[in-house]
Design a protein around this ligand. Structure first.
Ligand code: NAP
Length: 349
């Protein structure tokens, strides 16, 4: 049975990424595209500046964009690709009106009763939806996906955390331009350049992982006890965040042990064969010069992260490089996978 879904912020960089996979989705029927008052009332092809390599799916261009108002939207699940300042008002309004909100925005990620979800990492945190509904008196709910850099780092750390424990981690990111939205970084600023600052990013990477790897005790999340230090950089790459990860583990392990647990890693989305779940969430490569954004961002249709250069570290225990597609695994694909898990495990369809 298909249910109706809508995209809020459909004209933006992440909003566009939602459209292709939702046009022909086995669980979802894309029923509505919403954006700001500037776009409402216009056909989608006039309201958006299409920036993806693939053409806009047939028929979508003539869809009339509506405002992000619960009264205007006909859907069961809304995907939010709104700027966080706008999501602050809009997402609770939709949850109150009975919609399931699958959000990309950072606004509510760390809320004590909001699931922050990577379906391969913490699917059991979805049980917190009941607590959230009770706390707010909502018929609907908000479920968020983490920051794009956090997703790559924590998905790759999950099998290591489970097998050997993690005491501390250092993450240095090299983040793609698309992560800031279409007009986020000026070409004159980023061409031939690296910008060693992304506002608010380090704080997200340093704090979201403890919630993701924490345990839901029936009332709240008990955060995992490990420290993360992050250093975030914007680099001259269109799509694909690359990250150098350094781990101090609780139990001794070799680079070979780490590669094995990463390669063997499968989780609930793979077991349930969710449509967006990649066969291998983590691909481990042996070549000394991989992963690279241009070569590896399409792995698993953009939903796998690729790990390479797993080796011993003289200060930490082990270090590696991880790379993933920031607007697919790090944004739209992440929300769609969350919604697929909700379809199976919350709506029981
Ligand atoms: N890019 C990434 O890699 C990435 C990764 C993870 C998470 N995110 C998060 O995803 C969200 C969207 O990012 P983006 O890069 O797609 O941004 P974007 O390209 O700037 O798009 C913003 C969207 O929000 C809409 N919007 C703006 N103001 C609005 C208002 N007052 N009311 C209703 N809609 C409004 C815009 O509609 P109009 O066209 O009508 O203005 C547009 O559809 C952000 O919260 C971002 O932090 C992005």
């Amino acid at each position: 049975m298909k249910i109706k879904v809508a995209v809020l912020g459909a004209t933006g960089m992440v909003g566009q990424r939602f459209i292709q996979p939702l046009v022909d989705h086995p669980f979802f029927e894309l029923s509505c595209l919403a954006a700001s008052g500037r776009s409402a009332g216009k056909p989608y092809k006039e309201a958006t500046k299409w920036v993806l390599d693939e053409n806009m799916p047939e028929g979508i261009g003539d869809t009339v964009v509506v405002a992000c108002d619960p009264k205007e939207v006909d859907a069961d699940i809304v995907f939010s690709a709104l700027p966080s300042s706008i999501a602050k008002e809009v997402e609770p309004a939709f949850a109150k009106a009975g919609f399931i909100v699958a959000s990309n925005a950072s606004t509510y990620r760390m809320g004590p009763d909001i699931p922050l979800l990577i379906p391969e990492v913490n699917p059991e945190h979805l049980d917190m939806i009941e607590v959230q509904k009770k706390n707010h008196g909502w018929d609907g709910c908000i479920v968020t996906n983490p920051n794009c850099s956090t997703i790559m780092a924590i998905l790759s750390m999950k099998p290591v955390f489970d097998a050997f424990g993690i005491e501390s981690a250092f993450v240095a990111t090299m983040q793609a331009i698309s992560g800031a939205g279409y007009s986020g970084v000026k070409s004159m600023a980023i061409l031939d350049n690296v910008i060693p600052f992304i506002g608010g990013e380090e704080d997200k990477v340093e704090t979201e992982g403890q919630k993701l790897l924490g345990k839901f005790n029936g009332e709240k999340i008990e955060f995992a006890d490990f420290k993360v230090s992050a250093s975030c950089n914007r680099v001259h790459v269109l799509d694909g965040h690359t990250e150098n990860v350094f781990l101090k583990t609780r139990e001794p392990c070799t680079p070979e042990d780490v590669k094995k647990v990463m390669r063997d890693f499968k989780a609930l989305p793979q077991e349930l064969k969710l449509p967006t779940a990649p066969e291998n969430p983590i691909i481990v490569r042996e070549e000394p010069d991989r992963p690279q954004p241009r070569l590896d961002r399409g792995a698993g249709n953009g939903m796998s992260v690729t790990v390479g250069r797993v080796r011993k570290d003289s200060i930490f225990d082990v270090k590696y490089t991880v790379m993933g597609h920031n607007t697919i695994r790090g944004a739209a694909g992440a929300s769609i996978l969350n919604a697929e898990l909700i379809y199976k495990k919350v709506l029981n369809l």
